[in-house]
Design a protein around this ligand. Structure first.
Ligand SMILES: N[C@@H](CCC(=O)N[C@@H](CS)C(=O)NCC(=O)O)C(=O)O
Length: 203
């Protein structure tokens, strides 16, 4: 398979972590792109022009990260990262959405901060910061689910927190969320997380 990714993208990282955890890292040949301008080859596979994208062996382009992760999970015989049914599935999907939302709010805040000062809109930043702060509180509340058997939930949460820290989107967050911070540090020590750590500081 071929794919597009970006080194600091939390969503690209999520797919790369899933590929490693499911033993499929060698099956994907990544084209690494710098975001920020038009990338015709990326736009030709994903009309939204976003990473990550994976093109299957049948030639179908798959996006976004949630779809690609579930596709990879369907292709291996080990323990599944997406529970098949029932409450466990809804919890994993909800926490994936929460982690992805935390990553999206962090990316939006980081993008706003890159704008020239006179073109920034403080209420926009405040709105993103509110999402970040509420998402962290909810993840702290849901720690038991993050600590359990490996699913897409902790992978999504950890990739988002890694990006949030990289861009310093919630200074001091560890003080108010000591359980989550402790969990994150342990999870970030996994080989799949270490191998995909974002280099920063480019976009
Ligand atoms: N919901 C998407 C979000 C993907 C996303 O926002 N990717 C960012 C990089 S972190 C991107 O490609 N931004 C470029 C753009 O939106 O033009 C997913 O889960 O894959």
């Amino acid at each position: 398979m071929k794919g597009f990714s970006s080194p600091n993208s939390p969503f690209s990282r999520k797919v790369r972590v899933v590929a490693i955890e499911t033993g499929q890292a060698a099956s994907i040949e990544w084209t690494v792109v710098d975001l920020g301008g038009s990338i015709p080859a990326l736009e030709a596979t994903n009309p939204l022009g976003q990473v990550p994208v994976v093109v299957t062996e049948a030639g179908e382009a798959l996006y976004d990260s949630a779809v690609v992760c579930e596709y990879l999970d369907a292709r291996h015989d080990g323990p599944k990262l997406f529970p098949a049914a029932g409450e466990a599935r809804w919890e994993a999907l909800r926490l994936q959405a929460l982690g992805d939302g935390l990553g999206a709010a962090s990316a939006a805040l980081a993008g706003e901060r890159r704008r020239p000062e006179e073109r920034r809109f403080q209420p926009f930043s405040d709105n993103q910061s509110g999402k970040i702060s509420r998402a962290l509180a909810r993840l702290e509340h849901d720690l038991a689910a993050l600590e359990g058997p490996l699913t897409i939930a902790p992978i999504a949460a950890a990739c988002a927190i890694g990006y949030m820290e990289l861009r310093d989107c919630a200074p001091g967050w560890r003080e108010g969320h000591s359980g989550l911070a402790d969990w994150y540090d342990r999870f970030a020590a996994r080989p799949s997380m270490r191998e995909t750590a974002p280099p920063g500081p480019a976009k």
